[in-house]
Design a protein around this ligand. Structure first.
Ligand SMILES: [Fe+2]
Length: 424
């Protein structure tokens, strides 16, 4: 009973970070996903992520401690001419014990190619497509997903669009301490996440820290291993990767970010290695937005912005994608609160569909830097056409139909002369 009370208090604290003085449209209910009663060694919750040049990491979970940690794969259905052995982990969390979590890196893989694969020597054959090596490349973007009817709607719309990589700026499952919700989330996203790489960073709902009992990010780090080692980072909470002429930095809003922190040092080092001839586009993702004119989470990103915005500006980051606020907002090019032709475009896209509903109230008047804002569920698509031009569009979940409601052509800062003007 005591445990239930503690959990309830923790859940309330975690889900009411904002003041609830705005009226949100009705959230949809959490989808009921019953536990699958197939064989215990049956692989489930399969998802893939990029893991260094021409490699991908396949992650899956089963309940059989003796099941092999192998991925068989090849370019023809049913004919696997390669096999990779993985590593395994598991964790316990209060009364919950996870299944066996497998991570296996496959490759080298050919670019822009379909591969057939099977996890653990059994289960269904799955398919994935590797990203292209050159432009054009397309990204799907949706944060704060959760696992409600709205999440399903968003995922259905993403499935309809042609994209190469999914970018998720934090808040995945909304498990909020109830660990079986990580399992149901894994099953909900498997059809998409097993077919295209999902690159994620953490949000507040991934923390799940219980003082004196549990460290933070136990579930997230065990289940959603990202290529931090491949990018010279010592933490799964921040890393970078490169794909088809784009360098993407995934930062941690819930890891230390002050100028003496490991994350800050890593970011500085990572930015110094970016070669804009090889990767003309430079993107950054993190959870808590720096430019937000919604009343929800107002000012929460201020400290991180103060510490890190000068680094991103100096490196001429083209585009910043954040979540956390359950709505959509796009800025003009901005730096230090002022319009700046060499600043980044900031987009808040925490509107994936979670159970907390929308953040519907905005500060008035609309700040100078804010170009478009709307509280609706939806997803974004970023098509980088070439080294100079990209097309961004935001698709609202109107009555379960995706409706393009905002779009803009972006010109890279390389092409705007900003990179050549850098002082350092
Ligand atoms: Fe959040």
């Amino acid at each position: 009973m005591k445990l239930k009370l503690i959990l309830t208090v923790l859940m309330v604290v975690s889900s009411t970070v904002t003041s609830d003085d705005y009226v949100r449209p009705q959230p949809r209910k959490t989808i009921h996903l019953p536990w699958d009663s197939k064989l215990s060694s049956f692989p489930q919750q399969v998802h893939v992520s990029l893991a260094g040049d021409k490699h991908m990491r396949v992650t899956w979970i089963n309940d059989d401690k003796s099941a092999p940690s192998v991925v068989e794969y090849g370019k023809l259905s049913g004919r696997y001419d390669a096999i990779s052995e993985g590593e395994t982990t598991s964790y316990s969390y209060l009364l919950y014990s996870s299944g066996k979590i497998h991570h296996a890196v496959i490759g080298p893989l050919e670019d822009n190619s379909v591969y057939f694969y099977r996890c653990g020597g059994q289960g269904p054959e799955l398919q994935l497509k590797t990203p292209p090596a050159q432009f054009p490349i397309s990204f799907a973007v949706a944060g704060d997903l959760g696992q409600t009817g709205w999440t399903k709607s968003t995922l259905d719309h993403i499935e309809q669009c042609k994209y190469d990589v999914h970018l998720l700026p934090g808040d995945l499952s909304y498990a909020d301490y109830l660990q079986n919700r990580w399992d149901t989330f894994g099953r909900l996203v498997q059809p998409l996440a097993s077919a295209r790489p999902w690159m994620v960073t953490q949000g507040n709902h991934e923390v799940e820290k219980i003082p004196l009992l549990k460290d933070g990010f136990v579930s997230y780090n065990s289940r959603w291993k990202m290529p931090f080692e491949e990018s010279g980072s010592s933490s799964n909470l921040y890393y970078s990767f490169e794909v088809a002429g784009v360098h993407i930095i995934m930062l941690g809003s819930y890891a230390d970010y002050n100028v003496y922190s490991n994350q800050y040092k890593w970011l500085k080092e990572d930015l110094s290695k970016v070669d804009r001839k090889k990767t003309p586009w430079l993107l950054a993702l993190f959870h808590v937005p720096w430019y937000n004119s919604n009343k929800a989470h107002q000012g929460e990103g201020g400290d991180m912005m103060e510490a890190m915005e000068p680094l991103l500006y100096d490196a001429r980051v083209d585009l910043v994608l954040a979540g956390h606020v359950h709505a959509y907002e796009r800025s003009k090019r901005v730096y230090n609160g002022r319009l700046d032709p060499c600043g980044a475009v900031h987009i808040t896209i925490g509107d994936g569909g979670n159970r907390e509903g929308l953040a519907a109230e905005y500060i008035t008047p609309q700040p100078m830097w804010s170009e478009f804002r709307e509280a609706s569920f939806g997803h974004g698509e970023l098509k980088i056409v070439n080294s100079s031009h990209a097309f961004w569009s935001w698709h609202r979940n109107d009555d379960d139909e995706p409706v393009k409601s905002d779009d803009i052509w972006l010109t890279s800062l390389v092409n705007s002369g900003c990179v050549d003007q850098k002082t350092s």
